[in-house]
Write a new protein. Sequence first.
Length: 195
Amino acid sequence: MTVDIRVVRAGQMYRYYLRQTVVGDGHRPARTPLREAQEQASVPAGRWMGRGLAALGLTPGEEVTESQLRYLFGERGRHPYADRIEAHLLAKGTSPKKAFKAGALGRRVMVTGVDFVFRPQPTIYLLWALGDDETRRVIEAAHERAIVRVLEWIEDEVAVIRYGKDGIYRVRPPGRSGRRPLPPLRGALWDAAAP
């Protein structure tokens, strides 16, 4: 298996993901709702996964919505439910500034996550394409398991939060979360910090 790794930055990269990656590297027509574009491209909806989900009020396997992507990646690391948090606080009489601040996941950042794309070796693609249904199921299950194991390893051994001037201090995060759409034999994982 090979893994392509890209840094996800606020703004342009977010738009790229919404227009292409989450619809199976196809092209998403303007003003087409995300779920509709995924159905047209025969791409399953992305699902949240990772140990940091509980800290964000998310559930493993829960479908990732377009607004959650916008808050997390497009607005530089805001809570996936920032709109709900703000609405709740505003209804309680909290100032708009404090309500907006409550929807933030730490400070605003330019790097909002890391994209991991998992691809089997070409011979595995061939075996999957030419194999029977049982062979495909075994390959898909192995691919899924490999993605889960890599995420676990990243959570345990790689993930750090950098802080201080020029990020000189590093600590392990209390939890990490990822979002993964999975067209057949190609898994992408967005690892997003959950401070």
